[in-house]
Design a protein around this ligand. Structure first.
Ligand code: 5GP
Length: 138
């Protein structure tokens, strides 16, 4: 497996070299807003320690990340009065992964509403308001 590259964008976020809109953090994990949100409330959960994805993550990394995913997913469901939550997680380029630091996407979903296409920058004021809403529900 390819080695972890500490120049990936999420490693830079963890080092504070790039700003982020934080939703939640604890000793082991960070949850922040995706800058190209495919749903209102689209956020990402990452471990604070390095691993590329599920394939090389330790059981401890996965356990702490999943605990945060569950916590934030429930808060996002309340905050957006969502009917459901979609989790996305990609492994290696062939699996759809673009940033090579383990992350889970959390998407609040509503009946009959499709996710937006990927790759479009979101409005920062809206993203910050969505983070506030999730934080308030935590
Ligand atoms: P994936 O690796 O799961 O395919 O996608 C990486 C995700 O990271 C995408 O949803 C993309 O919008 C998001 N992303 C890429 N660069 C940045 C960034 O600098 N900051 C934030 N917050 N999200 C990013």
């Amino acid at each position: 497996m390819t080695a972890y590259d500490d120049q990936n964008i999420f490693a830079k976020i963890l080092r504070g070299e790039i700003p982020n809109v934080t939703v939640y953090e604890d000793d082991d994990t960070l949850c922040f807003m995706d800058i190209m949100p495919r749903t209102d409330g689209h956020c990402l959960v990452i471990p604070k320690t390095p691993c590329r994805n599920v394939l090389d993550a330790s059981d401890a990394q996965l356990a702490s990340v999943m605990a945060t995913v569950k916590k934030v997913a429930n808060a996002a469901k309340v905050a957006f009065e969502a009917d459901g939550i979609t989790l996305q997680q990609f492994n290696e380029a062939a699996g759809g992964q673009e940033v090579f630091h383990l992350h889970f996407h959390i998407h609040p979903r509503h009946e009959g509403v499709l996710m937006r296409p990927p790759g479009k920058m979101g409005d920062m004021d809206a993203i910050k308001a969505h983070a506030d809403a999730i934080r308030a529900a935590l």
